[in-house]
Design a protein around this ligand. Sequence first.
Ligand SMILES: [Zn+2]
Ligand SMILES: [Zn+2]
Length: 174
Amino acid sequence: MGYVYIVSFGGVEDRILLADAVNVKDIFELEARVSTVKADLIYAYTPERGQYHAGTILNYLSRIVYPDMVRLIALVGFDLYEEGLNFVFGEAQYGGKYAVVSTYRLKHSNEKVFFERVFKETNHELGHTFGLKHCEDPQCVMSFSNSIDDVDRKSRDFCPKCRRKLDYVLSYYR
Ligand SMILES: [Zn+2]
Ligand SMILES: [Zn+2]
């Protein structure tokens, strides 16, 4: 047994982190812990783009290790990009331990919608860390999101096919 750590570097409300912890527990049936980490991420910032480089953030995250950690996902308030892409909602180490989600493009005047989007992207990126690839089912949380409409279209849960794969991997941690 261990925990999914949901960390922030500040700039993201505690309420979102706590709600996301409940979401992770619901969907993955793993205990989640919330933690705020002090970090200077300025070297991940690309001034010409006004965005942070997601891969650099992931590299930074991999220096944070908790002994009882199953996975670690960071929620950040700033915009992320990856080479060749205008932006990314998040990024994960495929089959690894670390993931990051940006709340920057998920904002909505209705907080319920905003939180739901954060849950979806969290579950999507955590899905990658558990070895899941993109799914063709548009309802499945593992379907690829190119736009905020794609995020809104999908559910926060896994389709039966992805769920089976996930449960197989998760049985090791439960
Ligand atoms: Zn993905
Ligand atoms: Zn699926």
